[in-house]
Design a protein around this ligand. Structure first.
Ligand code: PLP
Length: 409
């Protein structure tokens, strides 16, 4: 048996489909974000990052870095085990209190990543409800899909952000059956937003629970960074909010927040919580510092929106196919996996601009794109340089220009 073939054939298939992934070897420079060093095959070169999910640059904020260093120096590095084995570090208790307060919920529970929160959180919640029916948005993130799959209960998929379709499915379902509506608040590839208020209306009408992934919104929307649900005034109507500490909060980890009985049950039953070592206290303290800072500081949020609006305006004025939306994500349409990769390579090699290509399965085939994420620290001059570089690359590769509406995809 030639075992190596299984693996090399699998990799060859990706090359054939032009979606073999290459990650640039980068080193961020704290205090100089979005500037970074690219360790290219020819040696180290300065580049500008335009695709980081450290949306607000909190990963380099002095308060956040300071909390991490101070905590590691004072209490050491690792958590020393799962919480069942080693207890809960005090830094983690403080973080969970901060998160419950952020979302106006009774309790919060931290996991080692946002991925794990969805996977183990959704499956555990659904399994605890006999004969649960899960209603899942068609564009939900893979971590939610895996959680739903693991729940091994019936799942019905509603068309993306289509409350009419969700209403139909709920109306047809047995009223006596427990139901869980699972969706995201802000979908990060198109940058569109869920109609959370209307989803809550339906949940209340049909007696369903709601589970909302706010990973791409926490820290960035709402007057305290509570997310789209806070901004839209519906936070108190959502049963379970899920978020990450790894994007706008600049650290690592994920969480759910909700009623104490839900959180306590997940804490007690979720394998992805029970059987894995807790986050290091230094990471917890850094995340706490980021959350606390963003509860009161509006500067990052306002500047973030201002930068995103400016990037969209300048790229659109240059004729680039910006896919329109109302949020901080700036997707630029390419529509071909190979060209998308080439555009990204040219930007990096000839313009010192790093934008990772977004290909299938992250987005549907034929909708490949460059996904640009401006931060508060992308100055005007960097935006102008980005537009010039993109225009040159577009003309080099003969890519189509012109506005691109989301609905057309
Ligand atoms: C990134 C992401 C996650 C996973 O969060 P991590 O903390 O990175 O594991 C979950 N949901 C969505 C929608 C995401 O984009």
């Amino acid at each position: 048996m030639d075992y190596s073939r299984f693996f090399t054939d699998a990799i060859d298939r990706l090359h054939d489909e032009r979606r073999y992934r290459v990650f640039a070897d980068l080193e961020r420079l704290a205090g100089r974000f979005p500037h970074a060093i690219w360790h290219s095959p020819q040696g180290a070169k300065p580049v500008v990052m335009w695709c980081s999910n450290d949306y607000l640059g909190m990963g380099q904020h002095p308060k956040v870095v300071g909390a991490m260093v101070e905590t590691a120096t004072r209490v050491g590095t690792g958590a020393g085990g799962t919480r069942n084995i080693a207890g809960t570090t005090h830094a983690l208790t403080r973080l969970e209190t901060e998160l419950a307060d952020l979302h106006g919920k009774e309790a919060a529970l931290v996991f080692t990543s946002g991925y794990v929160s969805n996977q183990t959180g959704i499956s555990t919640i659904a399994k605890l409800m006999p004969d649960c029916l899960i209603l899942s948005d068609a564009l939900n993130h893979n971590s939610m899909i895996e959680g739903i799959r693991e729940a091994r209960c019936e799942r019905q998929v509603f068309r993306h952000n289509d409350v009419g379709h969700l209403d139909e499915l709920l109306r047809a379902a047995d009223p006596a059956r427990p139901k869980l509506i699972a969706c995201e608040s802000l979908y990060s590839m198109d940058g569109d937003v869920a109609p959370l208020g209307r989803i809550c209306d339906l949940a209340e009408k049909y007696g369903a629970m709601t589970y909302v992934d706010e990973v791409h919104a926490v820290g960035m929307y709402g007057s305290r960074g509570g997310g789209i649900a806070e901004r839209d005034g519906v936070m108190h109507r959502i049963d379970i909010l899920e978020g990450t500490l790894a994007k706008a909060f600049g650290c690592l980890g994920g969480y759910i927040a909700g009623k104490s009985y839900v959180i306590d049950a997940v804490r007690s039953y979720a394998p992805g919580f029970i059987f894995t070592t807790a986050l290091p206290p230094a990471v917890c303290a850094a995340a706490t510092a980021a959350i606390q800072h963003l509860k009161t500081s509006q500067w990052e949020r306002e500047r973030h929106q201002d930068r995103a609006a400016r990037v969209k305006a300048i790229l659109s004025a240059a004729g680039l196919p910006v896919m329109s939306n109302s949020t901080h994500i700036v997707p630029v349409f390419v529509g071909d996996a190979e060209l998308c990769k080439q555009a990204s390579d040219l930007l990096l090699e000839e313009h010192s601009i790093y934008i990772q290509p977004i290909n299938y399965p992250t987005v549907a085939k034929g909708t490949e794109r460059l996904r640009i994420t401006p931060s508060p620290y992308h100055e005007d001059a960097l935006i102008d340089r980005l537009a010039e570089a993109l225009v040159q690359v577009w003309s080099r590769l003969n890519l189509p220009l012109g506005a691109r509406s989301l609905a057309a995809e």
